[in-house]
Design a protein around this ligand. Structure first.
Ligand SMILES: *[C@@H]1O[C@H](CO)[C@@H](O)[C@H](O)[C@H]1NC(C)=O
Ligand SMILES: *[C@@H]1O[C@H](CO)[C@@H](O)[C@H](O)[C@H]1NC(C)=O
Ligand SMILES: *[C@@H]1O[C@H](CO)[C@@H](O)[C@H](O)[C@H]1NC(C)=O
Ligand SMILES: *[C@@H]1O[C@H](CO)[C@@H](O)[C@H](O)[C@H]1NC(C)=O
Ligand SMILES: *[C@@H]1O[C@H](CO)[C@@H](O)[C@H](O)[C@H]1NC(C)=O
Ligand SMILES: *[C@@H]1O[C@H](CO)[C@@H](O)[C@H](O)[C@H]1NC(C)=O
Ligand SMILES: *[C@@H]1O[C@H](CO)[C@@H](O)[C@H](O)[C@H]1NC(C)=O
Ligand SMILES: *[C@@H]1O[C@H](CO)[C@@H](O)[C@H](O)[C@H]1NC(C)=O
Ligand SMILES: *[C@@H]1O[C@H](CO)[C@@H](O)[C@H](O)[C@H]1NC(C)=O
Length: 586
């Protein structure tokens, strides 16, 4: 039935084919010829299906069972073997009907290849009507064990017929591998979620990871529980670090300082700590601006990320450093770490040790493969209390950048660990275009398997979108980040800059009237804070409520009896029980 129709479409495409056919159209043709056609049943109602946060980063001798029992691919998975012998670029594949633009699709499967020994495999979704395809997930796959691929997508418009397929990531029509290979898929799963369900997962996770229940028990001076006592709760600080990049622009700008302090409990300096800023000429160190920024942050009781010790991108390496080789360069890098970290010992909560090392390798290139290991070693000795991070872009932002796929990141981290590095934190920059939210969640799931702190370190949305669209995308990214159990902090990039020339996105104009992105931030800050809570003890003398992690002030009154106190809610707490003893007010 439907298959006949598809062949017709294939024929139509074929007649218009030319050597200049766009790659995806050609791909489509090949696909339709080679495809194992598997009809996925349209999405059944999936009310109340919880998101499955499981992910795997180790290669396994046997694939695990499919998540969601296969979701809408359940039926297709009854075919147990998907092996197809061809050039390995387009099979196997799943044909999917009547996919909706409103639906959030989460995909996962186990993958193995015949050859080479390791390669990135991409999963893509192709919309037949307009031959548009998008990457939905990647995995670094091996030939001797099964690797887990997890990703997801939403469609720009509803699609009557779509094809979910796989290809070697290096594949292009021009350089197609002449060697036959096989991509084998097991335990494939495609689970649709409505936007409401997706939001519900976030709410559930926020309750689990960012909030706790509090039960206040009120008693009189004799220890008898008091019914009808009035309890008032006020949140003083937030546990979750949420902040923004700042630059020298904030120095001396009282209005900006107030605007910043009202909102944020964390900061990072845009450029002021970078080597080119602190030592523009050899031996001419100048920490004046960095010191002033740090003083501003500390006066606000905020935390600061140290960004960065080294930046692997040669473009941002000081010109004089680029001139150095061998022992001169070695001396210069040791000098840099020691000077920076002894000056600021204990002052920064994190150090980005090797910035963007998944994409660039200035130092390893010049100093050998152990350079990064040495950087971490030296940094750890210089500031033992700081958490040492790697930090890179295009990990959660895009699916197609293989240097920084989740698996590339994990494999680099493991390589460093083998070299003796104790890496302690994963930095994800987050310079987004249009975010693929289910993909972001899948990548966080995968990186989360390492059980290290993950920070979104430089969140913004491309200035190619108008401010309203930027704000809408920002909201999605921030909601996803705050709700994800593996994310420990979020930094924006940036708030305001001279002449409103922020890197991609400002939150406010120079008069401190919020731009749309700033309104989103304020809305979320409001949501992620416990509202002023007023309550009355019940017939057991207790009052319970749910509250965000952080520190609180509490006051209780009953007739002429009162009590005041503070408490803090931390990750490690279960429900927090607080016993309050009233005494006569003075
Ligand atoms: C897709 O939707 C169309 C129109 O509603 C319907 O005729 C068709 O049967 C659906 N296809 C499948 C596979 O459910
Ligand atoms: C194809 O296989 C041969 C022999 O194993 C190998 O030398 C060659 O590099 C392979 N070509 C590609 C593009 O992988
Ligand atoms: C506490 O106990 C004493 C002695 O039993 C009693 O006189 C007093 O009224 C009690 N106070 C309150 C607040 O119940
Ligand atoms: C780099 O070295 C060259 C040759 O010694 C010298 O002319 C140049 O000024 C140096 N550049 C910097 C930035 O130190
Ligand atoms: C790194 O250090 C180890 C141990 O000191 C040494 O065996 C290895 O050759 C070094 N690797 C590189 C690439 O320099
Ligand atoms: C801001 O704009 C003014 C007027 O266009 C210009 O004179 C000034 O140099 C700009 N400042 C910066 C930091 O770009
Ligand atoms: C800021 O306020 C000044 C004075 O009220 C006004 O002239 C200027 O246009 C405002 N700038 C922006 C970006 O709103
Ligand atoms: C918690 O509060 C709710 C409503 O405010 C109440 O129904 C419930 O009984 C309370 N639970 C306990 C254990 O006091
Ligand atoms: C509190 O109120 C009770 C009766 O309501 C009264 O007996 C008592 O003296 C008052 N105590 C103080 C310290 O005002």
């Amino acid at each position: 039935m439907a298959i006949g129709k598809k062949h017709k479409e294939a024929a139509a495409l074929s007649s218009s084919s030319s050597p200049l056919l766009p790659a995806d159209r050609k791909a489509l043709l090949l696909l339709l010829l080679l495809l194992i056609v598997l009809l996925a049943r349209p999405a059944a109602s999936s009310d109340g299906v919880r998101y499955d946060y499981r992910a795997y980063t180790e290669c396994k001798s046997h694939p695990e069972p499919a998540l969601y029992n296969g979701g809408i691919l359940r039926w297709a998975n009854k075919v147990t073997d998907f092996r197809t012998e061809d050039d390995g670029n387009y099979s196997p594949a799943f044909v999917l009907y009547n996919m909706s633009a409103a639906t959030v699709y989460s995909f996962s499967c186990w993958v193995k290849i015949d050859r080479p020994t390791t390669a990135h495999v991409k999963a893509k979704i192709l919309t037949l009507a307009n031959a548009a395809s998008q990457c939905l997930g990647t995995a670094l796959v091996r030939n001797d064990c099964w690797s887990f691929l997890k990703g997801g997508f939403t469609l720009n418009s509803a699609s009557e017929t779509s094809v979910l397929y796989f290809q070697f990531a290096i594949y292009s029509l021009q350089t197609a591998s002449p060697n036959a290979s096989t991509i084998s898929i097991r335990s494939a799963s495609l689970q649709p979620f409505s936007p409401e369900q997706w939001n519900q997962h976030r709410e559930d996770r926020i309750q689990l990871n960012r909030k706790r229940f509090v039960n206040v028990h009120v008693a009189d001076s004799n220890g008898s529980r008091v019914v009808g006592a009035k309890v008032a709760v006020h949140q003083i600080t937030r546990d979750f670090p949420f902040g923004s990049a700042i630059s020298r622009t904030i120095l001396g700008n009282k209005l900006y300082q107030e605007w910043f302090n009202k909102r944020f409990n964390a900061a990072v300096f845009e450029n002021e700590l970078k080597w080119y800023a602190t030592e523009p000429y050899p031996g001419k160190e100048d920490y004046t601006v960095a010191d002033q920024l740090l003083q501003f942050v500390q006066a606000n009781d905020a935390v600061a990320r140290g960004h960065n010790i080294f930046w692997e991108d040669p473009k941002y390496t000081p010109a004089w450093v680029k001139n150095l080789t061998g022992s001169q360069l070695r001396a210069a890098v040791s000098g840099r770490i020691e000077s920076l970290l002894s000056r600021y010992k204990g002052d920064f909560v994190h150090w980005d040790v090797s910035n963007e090392m998944l994409h660039f390798d200035f130092y390893e290139n010049r100093l050998g493969g152990n350079a990064t290991v040495d950087f971490f070693d030296t940094a750890k000795r210089a500031d033992p209390l700081a958490t040492l991070f790697l930090n890179d872009f295009n990990v959660v932002e895009v699916c197609d950048d293989l240097s920084s796929s989740a698996d590339s990141y994990v494999s680099r981290l493991r390589q460093l660990a083998d070299g003796g590095v104790t890496f302690e934190g994963i930095g994800l920059e987050g310079h987004f275009g249009k975010p693929n939210i289910p993909y972001v969640r899948a990548v966080l799931d995968k990186l989360g398997t390492l059980r290290l702190p993950i920070w979104l370190t430089e969140i913004d949305i491309s200035s190619s979108f108008d401010p309203k669209t930027q704000a809408a995308y920002l909201e999605e990214v921030l909601r996803e980040g705050f709700a994800h159990p593996s994310v420990d902090g979020i930094m924006l990039w940036t708030a305001m800059d001279t002449n409103a020339s922020c890197y991609q996105m400002c939150l406010t104009n120079q008069n401190f009237t919020n731009l749309p992105a700033g309104d989103v931030v304020d809305k979320l800050l409001g949501e992620w804070q416990t509202k002023e809570t007023l309550g009355t003890t019940n017939d057991r003398g207790s009052f319970n409520f749910s509250a965000f992690l952080g520190e609180y002030k509490l006051s209780v009154t009953y007739l002429n009896l009162t009590a005041e106190g503070t408490f803090s809610l931390a990750h490690s707490d279960d429900t927090k029980h607080i016993n309050i003893r009233l005494s006569p007010s003075r």
